[in-house]
Ligand binder design. Sequence first.
Ligand SMILES: [Zn+2]
Length: 531
Amino acid sequence: MRSALIALLPGMAMSAAAGQDGPVPVTLSYAHRLPALEAPALRVGDECFLPVSEAGRIGWTVESDGDEARVSVHGLVVETFIRDLDGRPYLPLRTVVEAAGGLSEWTQEQRLQVYSKITRITVKVDRIEIEGTLPVTRSFLVLDGPKRVAFDIKAARLDPNDPPEVTGEVRYAQFDPVTVRVVAQVQGEPNVSQVAGDPARPILRWTGASTVPIEAIEFPPKPAPLLLGEPILEVDTEERTVIRLPFQGPAPGKLAAYRDPDGVFWVDLPSGERLEGWQQTSLRGRVVLSAELVERGGGGLRLRLELERPMGVHVSARDSELVVRLVRAEHAYGSLAEKTIVVDPGHGGRDAGAQHKEDGERLDEKDLNLAVARIVADLLSESGSTVVMTRNDDYHVGVYDRPEMANASEAHFFISIHFNSNPTPNSRSGTFTYYHSDDTDSKLLAECILGEISKVSGLPSNGAMSDYTVHWRGEKKGFAVLRSIEMPGVLVEIAYLNNDTDRKRLLEPEFQRAVAEAIVKGIEVYIGNEA
Ligand SMILES: [Zn+2]
């Protein structure tokens, strides 16, 4: 049992705010899993506050006394403070993680990833033993030519300033941002078994082979740095803006921009470094209120763009410059009153969608979809929009008929409304919005709607995602309702039917109304009516 007492003063954890003021519900990834929290963790500034009542879900025990707490983090005791938010006691999770020797970073505005720091690696004749500061998830693989055993530790980081103590013949590297890979070379046919041990100290053991001195093993080479110069604003009109970023080094792979709930656009440049002689400048133009390169959590740089109105953002690399083109998105002008909008309540009739059964009662997704869709339709009608509903009662409509109705009505927007479910109850929570493939305008609409929902739902916001990220029997095809629409379209998965917290919320009429209002507000933000 390790023991240490680390006293921390309230306020110590509150470093630079990241454009977020009030508490925002967030997704927490701990030990490479998403713990099911009954009350969500909240982001305030750069800190992540965990309800004291939820600490047990990540294996922490808390003894509190007024505004002080002693938190037992896998055998290590950390003294910290308690903060009251909305009348409920919270722990400063990032502060406690850091005091326990772990690491954490915001990988998205509303997603905190916690990492164990690997402190010791031991390789013996028949095993690899890892020691870290926090629990991890582990897996292994056996590689051929030469025969090697690879132990992958997920939710783990190597600290270049404080490398692990290593005993034995071994190679190790930060394989990807969340995985530390440890490799031993063996002679024989290893029959591998994992030994759980302590969740922060995984052991991989094998029979039938013994460790031998290691030969050169290729790890994926670290990408060469992308050396960036100052951004240049080339064109900046109401319709079209071009920003150029000169760079040296190999051209980066696929780049993408995303819009956060506060309306700030970001382009992640994980291998980005500043060119020598680089000066911090911020551009300002007509649509561009500011454009600057800022540090990225976890290394690299990010381009931060504040715009006068939402725009479709296209990023490409050519020759020796990155080109960021901002284009006014399709139908992003005027007002709701000029628009025809298709509201599509998912499923219906014999297709109930997701279901939840409890005490003989059955909850069908199709009914919830219709309830929210009707509110959305009413709100849009009140704003003067022409509304087309793909169904307005409990009957079946085919997934190909829905986009056809949208195309036939020459609609400006298509909004499909769903609730989610997954195989493991209480393992996921919150909202996703989906757009088709890599359609920039639909992505922007998905981000605008998600941003507004996140402000009212009280549930985590999981991201605006391409429907290609959902594989259907191993195939990337996208969603049938989005695939053939000829206008910007979004499928909203509001919350999880099989999550106790989500279900309690989604049954409340106030919640349904607030989400419906947020969907309408999101369309208005996209159009450019609302800041
Ligand atoms: Zn559905």
